[in-house]
Structures are given as C-alpha cells and as structure tokens.
Ligand binder design. Structure first.
Ligand SMILES: Cc1ncc(C[n+]2csc(CCOP(=O)(O)OP(=O)(O)O)c2C)c(N)n1
Ligand SMILES: [Mg+2]
Length: 283
C-alpha cells in the first residue's frame, strides 16, 4: 500500500481479513485527497473493534466510553470550530449504547462526519446480536434467533433531519473513499453507514452476500436532493443494497445556531464576571 502521512506503526488487533482494513485504507485515501493536516484532524471513537480505528492513524485521537463518541465529538467541535472531526464507531456502539446521542447529534446538526462500521454484530465481545442484526438471526447468545426488529439507521437519520446520509461498502475502497471525501466536505452532520463483513462472528452477512446485493446509486441516475426518493431508498429491503449518497441538503450547523458560538469557539470565550455574579445572585 502507498505510504500516507496518516500511517502509524501501531500493532493492529483486527482479525486478518476484517473489512475494517479496507475502511481504514479508504479513510487514508480520503484524508490524502482532502490534503488534511494531521494536526487539524481529530478521530473520535467509542468501544468496539471499530472503536480501535483512531489508534491506527497518525493524527489527534480521543477514545471514549461505549456509545459516547458523538458526545465527545460534539464538545470538541464546540471548543474548536476549525477542527476536522471524524467519528469511527460500530453498529452496537452507535445504534445500541449510543442511540440517543445519534439522534441528538443529527437534530443539532453538529458539523462532524460519522463513519459507522456496520458489521451487523457485536464483534469485540465475540458475536452477540447488535441493533442492525437481521430479525431472527441466530447467534451463540440468541440461539433461537433475535426477537427484535432490525434498527434502520439511515431511515432514522433521514426522518430526524440529517442533511447528508450515505451508505458505503468496505468491498469497494475507491467508491467508499470518494463518498468519504463528499461527506467530509459537507457543512453539518454527515454520515456513512458502511456495510462491513465480520469474518469471525457474522456468518450470514458475508463478503459474497454483500457482493451479490450492493449496487451504486450514482450509476442509476439517483437525484440525491429528492427527499421522497431517499425515503423510498432507505426502506428498500436487504435484497438490494444501494450505496453512495442517498440524500443531501444544506443546513445551518450547531455552532452557527447559537449567538455565543457564532462569534467564537467556546475555548476563546471569556465569560464576563458580571454575568457570573448575576447568575449566582451576588450582583
Ligand atoms: C457500558 C458497556 N457496556 C457493554 C460493554 C461491552 N462491549 C464492548 S464492545 C461491545 C459491542 C461492540 O459492538 P460494535 O459497536 O458493533 O463494534 P464491533 O466490535 O462490531 O466493531 C460491547 C457490548 C462495554 N464495554 N461497556
Ligand atoms: Mg459491530
């Protein structure tokens, strides 16, 4: 693989053949295309195999609690508006433990980019069902099959007002990295739900299972400004898996919604002593 300035020589703990390697490669390609300064790039994660990603990149990193990556990223963006922030998280981390933070970040339109490594399983803890596991899928724990309906992340994002939603596939690195570039250029909350086979614990959604179903929306003349069409696409059943940008519309990001943040990032704000005294009732 070509060397990039985001390479780092840390021991990698992913299983050989894991789809995460392709996602990492696509990220490096996207950062290279965007000429991002590693000093001005922050990767935030929660817990899981996907959560280990920041350890494998030479830039700033914040590895937080399970399900809480979006909260940390929100704080970082409020403190420093110029920082490029990418959250790398898993389907369990983001749509299970972190589900409330997922919708909160969308509704606030935090200007960050979310990459969900969606292998439809809890990988790190060795194969329990995740929110995106297919209904009825059998695992070591769910021996008679899952009893909850599968969570639909892109439909959730769309109906909660997300301005940039896309689906990627780890089996097509070129396409994935170009979607990542578009997501990072977008001003506001952008997300890519990335289909990624877990070769060790998900025996249903395998590489060949995805290969047979994945297709590129852009080759099919999709107009990504069409909300009704996007609604239809995010409700398509899993026999056909559309990839690429599903919906895109401009919006006002969170740090431009609040008057105090519009003027400066929180880290440069000097709280007036008089206001503090008023609040504390000792004026
Ligand atoms: C509060 C809390 N609950 C549960 C766990 C155990 N745990 C660690 S990772 C994980 C699931 C990770 O799944 P996912 O986000 O899909 O990531 P993957 O490993 O599949 O990439 C769980 C349940 C934990 N570390 N902390
Ligand atoms: Mg997972």
């Amino acid at each position: 693989m070509t060397k990039t300035k985001y390479d780092i020589d840390n021991e990698n703990q992913w299983c050989p053949g894991c789809g995460n390697f392709s996602i990492l490669k696509a990220m490096k390609q996207a950062f290279t295309k965007l000429k991002l300064d590693p000093d001005n790039l922050l990767i935030v994660s929660g817990i899981g195999q996907a959560g280990k990603t920041p350890n494998y990149l030479a830039c700033n990193m914040l590895h937080g609690l399970h399900g809480r990556a979006l909260c940390l990223a929100t704080g970082a963006k409020i403190a420093n508006h110029n920082l490029n922030i990418v959250v790398t998280t898993g389907d369990g981390d983001c749509y299970g433990e972190g589900q409330n933070h997922f919708t909160a970040a969308i509704r606030r339109n935090i200007d960050i980019t979310l990459f969900v490594f969606n292998n439809q399983i809890y990988g790190l803890t060795k194969g329990q069902a995740s929110p995106t596991s297919a209904f009825g899928m059998k695992t070591k724990i769910q021996q008679n099959g899952t009893v909850s309906s599968s969570f639909n992340p892109l439909a959730t994002a769309l109906v909660n007002g997300a301005g940039f939603i896309a689906r990627g596939f780890s089996g097509n690195i070129e396409k994935l990295s170009s979607t990542m570039v578009d997501a990072m250029k977008y001003k506001g909350f952008s997300m890519i739900d990335i289909c990624q086979p877990c070769i060790s614990f998900n025996k249903l959604n395998t590489y060949s299972w995805y290969k047979e179903r994945v297709f590129d929306l852009e080759n099919n003349g999709h107009d990504n400004s069409d909300y009704k069409k996007a609604l239809e696409i995010v409700h398509q059943n899993e026999e056909k898996i559309p990839t690429g940008i599903i919906y895109k519309k401009p919006g006002i990001p969170f740090h431009e919604r609040l008057p105090v943040l519009r003027k400066q990032p929180l880290s440069s704000y000097v709280f007036p002593e008089s206001e503090l005294k008023n609040i504390l009732g000792r004026a």
